[in-house]
Design a protein around this ligand. Structure first.
Ligand code: NDP
Length: 242
């Protein structure tokens, strides 16, 4: 039997790129979204059943049009992974408010956009899964992470709220909260001191952070549980992380 459509946001690097590889190897038709589509094209994928669309997740119309195009080709979305995210570290006393806005827009509005685009159809079908990638920063605080922490606490809150609203419709909404991993995430921080502090903190773990592939495997594990089973949340981090 042919496999259903999987949509992954932020598929151009880090966790999302690893998810794209894993679901591609399993033979799922994929819609892969990011702004840097050229990075997706350089991933080691079998591109036969892969649609790639340049989408900023804060642009709801473009997001919706990309999903409609993929649905017309592959059928209904059965899994949406809201993975796209941005982390711009800085101190609350000095950080530019445009960076707070960007984190709130991408990490919260982008996730809500994705959910609203697919949820009604999943409810009608009484089938479907949404997995939101939050962070351990959605459960505990970290210095100079103020708006990032706010955004990820928001992802935790919205995920659990929607889960309660759709649980009787046989639709699953799940959350993965990873700890620190080596991806491009830190590279977008412009505040040099925050970047240095974060790097020094990671060194206290003996340089061993979470392998992004493990996050992708966790997403696959959650999804491939029977539809009647919702893994509400998985927190995972390198053993050495405090
Ligand atoms: P990366 O920076 O490697 O990947 C982030 C992805 O998000 C990229 O593919 C980027 O694509 C995409 N993205 C960013 N902004 C937008 C946007 N406006 N519209 C569409 N796509 C966007 O970081 P990670 O892989 O680490 O991050 C993935 C998720 O994991 C994030 O939600 C992050 O908060 C979370 N996380 C990461 C941790 C870590 O230590 N790495 C720990 C805990 C959680 P492009 O730039 O091409 O648009």
């Amino acid at each position: 039997m042919s496999k259903p459509l999987v949509v992954i946001t932020g598929a151009s690097s880090g966790f999302g790129a690893q998810m794209a590889e894993i679901f591609n190897q399993q033979g799922y038709p994929l819609l892969l979204l990011a702004r840097r589509t050229e990075c997706i094209l350089s991933l080691p994928l079998n591109f036969q059943n892969v649609m790639i669309e340049k989408v900023d997740v804060t642009d709801k119309l473009a997001f919706q049009q990309a999903i409609e195009k993929a649905v017309a080709k592959f059928g209904p979305v059965d899994l949406l992974v809201n993975n796209a995210g941005v982390m711009l570290l800085g101190n609350v006393t000095s950080q530019d408010a445009t960076q707070w806005q960007q984190m709130l827009d991408v990490n919260i509005m982008g996730v809500l956009n994705g959910i609203q685009i697919v949820l009604n159809k999943m409810i009608d079908q009484r089938h479907g899964t949404i997995i939101n990638i939050s962070s351990l920063a959605g459960k505990k605080t970290f210095r100079n992470h103020v708006a990032y922490v706010a955004s990820k606490f928001g992802v935790h809150g919205l995920t659990e709220t929607i889960r309660e609203e759709v649980s009787d419709k046989n639709v699953r909404i799940c959350l993965v909260a990873p700890g620190a991993a080596e991806t491009e995430l830190l590279s977008h921080t412009t505040d040099r001191q925050s970047q240095k502090d974060y790097t020094a903190w990671k060194e206290t773990m003996g340089g061993i952070t979470l392998d992004p592939k493990v996050v992708a495997q966790t997403v696959q594990f959650i999804y491939e549980m029977p539809q009647e089973v919702t893994i509400r949340e998985i927190d995972l981090a390198a053993t050495a992380q405090d």
